[in-house]
Design a protein around this ligand. Structure first.
Ligand SMILES: NC(=O)c1ccc[n+]([C@@H]2O[C@H](COP(=O)([O-])OP(=O)(O)OC[C@H]3O[C@@H](n4cnc5c(N)ncnc54)[C@H](O)[C@@H]3O)[C@@H](O)[C@H]2O)c1
Length: 255
């Protein structure tokens, strides 16, 4: 156990995904209550069976719908009487996401920004309204090293993927939105921070990994569990006066 979260109620959007699932387990392991909020109802059911904890609750949530967010806040408030933290972690993208910058259409660029940056904004806005009434609240949003540095295109050479241009715009936007919200809610006992991980191991091509790792300091590309300490710290009281900040967790890749 890293820290005792003392039954804090933590909502994790995109909680069925790669990092989300790891975050769910970490919060439960540290005595928190988790609400997994994901657009994928089937995956939510699977996760409930897999984790099988009395401290796990699930809601179907679309981060791009104000009605859906309001309804999720309502059902969590009804069940637990409070919400301590929102983890903005969903990863929506449209079917053409991931193209080379020269092939990205205006429509695809805008749609991906709407879904991801727009969805993060909407969650921050709607939860902040709730948190203001509640008298406290904590929002942690997932950004990325690619929100703070330009892509290292050389690590993608000879692979069939790239660092999407939309991602750069979205993730830098998430960092700045975090600062905007933190300042806007001055005096209201609300916190807004973000975490910027480097790439996370997920069966990537070995040639890509070799290049990526050569630019890191000790371990190389991180495992998903390597991000949980920072998340738990930001949820906990130990980080009480950290506000409007971005914490990079990348084994020095961005240096
Ligand atoms: N995986 C990485 O290498 C990495 C690195 C840095 C940052 N991040 C960030 O971490 C976060 C999580 O990434 P991941 O790799 O775990 O993603 P993932 O694709 O594995 O999971 C994303 C989850 O979001 C859900 N989702 C999609 N659209 C949604 C919507 N409209 N509303 C609610 N839920 C929705 C999906 O159903 C899925 O469960 C993202 O913000 C991502 O940018 C990931």
């Amino acid at each position: 156990m890293f820290t005792d979260l003392q039954k804090k109620v933590v909502i994790i959007t995109g909680g069925c995904g790669l990092l989300g699932k790891t975050f769910v387990k970490a919060v439960l392991d540290n005595k928190g209550i988790v609400v997994v909020a994901d657009i994928n109802a089937e995956q939510l059911e699977k996760l409930k069976v897999e984790i099988n904890s009395p401290d796990l609750f699930t809601v179907v949530l679309d981060i791009t719908s104000e009605t859906s967010i309001k309804s999720a806040i309502g059902s969590v408030q009804k069940k637990y009487g409070k919400i301590d933290a929102l983890i903005n972690n969903a990863y929506p993208r449209n079917k053409n996401y991931g193209n080379d910058v020269e092939k990205v259409t205006y429509q695809d660029f805008c749609e991906n920004i709407d879904l991801h940056l727009g969805g993060y904004f909407l969650c921050m806005q709607q939860f902040a309204l709730f948190f203001k009434q509640q008298g406290y609240g904590n929002v942690i949003s997932m950004s990325s090293i690619y929100g703070v540095m330009p892509p290292r295109f050389e690590v993608y050479e000879d692979t069939d993927f790239t660092m999407p241009v939309e991602y750069a715009a979205i993730k830098s936007g998430v960092i700045h939105l975090t600062k905007y919200f933190a300042k806007y809610y001055k005096g209201k006992n609300l916190r807004f921070n973000c975490i910027s991980p480097g790439g996370i191991l997920n069966n990537q091509d070995v040639r890509f990994l070799r290049k990526y790792n050569s630019l890191s300091l000790n371990k190389g590309m991180l495992d998903r569990e390597d991000i949980t300490g920072t998340l738990l710290f930001l949820i906990s009281e130990a980080s009480q006066y950290i506000n409007g900040q971005n914490i990079v967790v990348d084994d020095g890749f961005s240096l």
